[in-house]
Design a protein around this ligand. Structure first.
Ligand SMILES: [Zn+2]
Length: 527
């Protein structure tokens, strides 16, 4: 984690800074996403960052609103690999007009948009959802569309000034949804008389879609068309009343889309740019930025199925917004470490409270009400190990470890961890984490010291043991005989599983049939 004890946690810092400016009232936090395919886990970053700023403002006693825009007027401009071929015909159409690839939704936008909304609702973030197409249909954008068309020359000049982009004289920041073929990505406006726009649907305007060649005139109102990206972004700020909105770093480069939207917002729409900030990406395995349409990385819905909500939330809350999250669920240790980090943060919270940023991070990661007292948390790594041992009764095992009966709340946590440990084992676990006593004679090579150690352990096992005591004894025996403890413990795992790692040794030994253990040990000694 990035914080030292003295630091204020980042959402709190944001809230304080925003309040101090006095320029961003009423507090209205917003984020947005184009549902051009299954939304990838990376997009959760924006939801969480904006959601926490909103929460921090509320906790400071301020009135704040949090909205999330689904940009469903945008055209389909990339083809997700998982869509059937016949969806190619919809390339260029606005997403809210494309049929749903899955049953139960009105459109492709609704299908992928709702899937994503369900995920972040599950993480405890419940912004008010704005479906862009509905606001367009209701005429809420009519005024800004007119302002943008009337100020076409000014916008062109801003493009030149901010991003050194030359737009033709008869360029307009508006695209008509072609009344003939229904596409929006293929049309350009070529004239505006204050009442109607003249437009063409071009065959070769873009590479990813073919227009139909239609030429006509139409009133630029409601969902007859949409503003072009950047102008559209600025228009959303004004129409919704957004006062706080950050963006991923790809939008925040100098002269990039945010600079451009900001200039249009202030100089054309006469509306102040919302409080802005840049946040880092949430990166897929290998550092490739996740993209909805290319299908790189994993979808938010997929990741949400493999982690408990508060753990996935913790992953994003704990990481400073300017630091990239590199998440590889298939990496041997990443999920195991995440659970450990989270449990450690819980301990800090209950010991030091929210003054310690790590404690605050844990508190802000809770999806349900924050517990009043600390509870016993079964270590996820141990859960993974124990559920693989058929003779271990997991509840009993953790009562042993805790030293007392588990409370109802603790049982619930344990059951949840068992559920996710099974998922982890099935989907991500590398072979060395899958354990179990080998059924047949093992083929391992042990050092003389290791052979001696196992021989001593066979003698130990003649007695009945309590796990903690046995664990201690295993160490003592190694030390007394000048055997390196790591090497000693390895001999146990090697003899039983042919792997160098395993669950806590004493518990592992006591969970298995004594007869089998001794048999495997003897085979290993003589092997
Ligand atoms: Zn057309």
């Amino acid at each position: 984690m990035l914080y030292t004890k003295k630091d204020m946690f980042w959402p709190d810092k944001f809230a304080e800074e925003i309040i101090k400016t006095k320029n961003h009232k009423p507090y209205w936090v917003d984020d947005m996403k184009t549902p051009s395919g299954r939304v990838h886990v990376g997009a959760l970053r924006g939801v969480v960052i904006h959601g926490l700023i909103h929460q921090a403002l509320l906790e400071k006693g301020k009135k704040s609103t949090y909205t999330y825009v689904i940009n469903d007027m945008d055209p389909m401009d990339g083809f997700p690999r998982y869509l059937p071929e016949n969806f190619k015909q919809y390339m260029g159409k606005p997403l809210y007009q494309i049929p749903s690839p899955e049953k139960g939704h009105k459109s492709m936008a609704k299908c992928y948009g709702q899937e994503f909304i369900d995920v972040f609702n599950g993480l405890g973030f419940k912004p008010k959802i704005i479906w862009s197409s509905q606001w367009y249909q209701q005429g809420k954008f009519n005024q800004v569309i007119k302002e943008a068309l009337n100020n076409q020359g000014k916008i062109r000049k801003l493009y030149k000034k901010v991003s050194d982009t030359e737009k033709p004289k008869n360029w307009y920041p508006y695209q008509v949804i072609c009344p003939e073929c229904g596409k929006v990505g293929t049309t350009i406006v070529v004239g505006w008389d204050g009442k109607k726009v003249r437009f063409e649907c071009k065959k070769d305007l873009v590479e990813w879609a073919d227009g139909c060649g239609y030429k006509g005139e139409i009133e630029p109102i409601n969902d007859n068309g949409k503003l072009m990206w950047k102008t559209d972004w600025a228009a959303h700020w004004k129409v919704i009343g957004v006062t706080i909105e950050g963006a991923g770093k790809d939008h925040m480069t100098e002269g990039g889309s945010h600079d451009q939207a900001s200039a249009i917002c202030e100089q054309v729409f006469k509306y102040s740019t919302p409080f802005a900030f840049l946040y880092e990406w949430f990166l897929a395995k290998g550092g490739i930025k996740m993209s909805s349409s290319k299908g790189v990385g994993v979808s938010a819905a997929e990741v949400a199925k493999t982690l408990p909500a508060e753990i996935l939330r913790f992953l994003m809350v704990k990481t400073h917004y300017r630091k990239a999250i590199i998440f590889d669920p298939a990496d041997n240790e990443s999920i195991l470490n995440l659970f450990d980090d989270c449990d450690r943060a819980a301990k800090i919270y209950f010991k030091e409270g929210v003054k310690n940023p790590v404690g605050r991070a844990w508190q802000l990661s809770q999806v349900e009400a924050v517990p009043k007292k600390p509870i016993f948390l079964p270590r996820f790594r141990d859960v993974v190990n124990y559920i693989q041992q058929p003779t271990v009764e997991v509840h009993k095992k953790f009562e042993e470890i805790k030293g007392r009966k588990l409370t109802e709340a603790e049982k619930e946590v344990l059951d949840k961890r068992v559920k996710y440990a099974k998922i982890w084992l099935k989907q991500y676990a590398p072979d060395e984490k899958k354990i179990g006593v080998v059924k047949n004679k093992v083929k391992v090579k042990l050092t003389e010291a290791q052979k001696k150690y196992l021989d001593l352990i066979i003698k130990l096992l003649e007695k009945d043991w309590q796990a903690e005591k046995l664990q201690q004894k295993l160490y003592e025996v190694a030390k007394e005989n000048q055997i390196n403890p790591k090497e000693a413990f390895q001999s146990i795992y090697l003899a039983l599983t042919e792997k160098k790692f395993g669950p806590k040794a004493a518990w592992f030994l006591l969970a298995e049939e004594k007869k089998t253990i001794i048999k495997r040990f003897k085979e290993a000694i003589n092997g």
